[in-house]
Design a protein around this ligand. Sequence first.
Ligand code: ZN
Length: 207
Amino acid sequence: MNIIIIGIQGSGKGTQAALLHKKYGWPHINLGKLLRDHIIRKTELGLVVKEYIDKGRLVPDDLVIKLIKPVLDAADSGFILDGFPRNLAQERFLLDNYRIDGVVLLDLDDETAVKRISARRHCSVCHTDYNLLINPPKVENTCDLCGGKVVMRDDDHEEAIRMRLNKFHLKTKKVIELFQERGLAIPIQADQPVEVVHQKILDQLNL
Ligand SMILES: [Zn+2]
């Protein structure tokens, strides 16, 4: 199965992709992670990507496609695609070259997303993740593992979160509309327990 998963931060997108990967073994292809990986390994394309990112510029579509195409081509039993496509040009490349079985849209209203994201904390020493809503440290502000101070990331403050959410909506609106036109969009209410969302995804994809 070739699946795309789209959802705002806090929608549980990474968790759902991981559950699908665990159950079916299809690779979870995350564009952001792929770009970072190329930069870390200092590949030829990675060095070019880094130049764009360092200048605060968008990585051009032809470069993104050059990076993602071999990964998609190698995934011959299926893939779970995350963070791509980001615009219509990338979406057309995908639709023209691959069979897409379904596009899971994890719907979460902004208020719930803000609540979930602003509850995130991490240990300032060993970087273990916590969430005050679902997975708080046993002792307030103190890491269970190393006793380090548990803090909020700067970019998890409400104003920064709202800016990211607005940017996401602006960027994905047209992408989602085209998937809807093609009859591929599968909206799933993400404000439910992880297991319930997972089961709904399986039902909708006839898995
Ligand atoms: Zn720690």
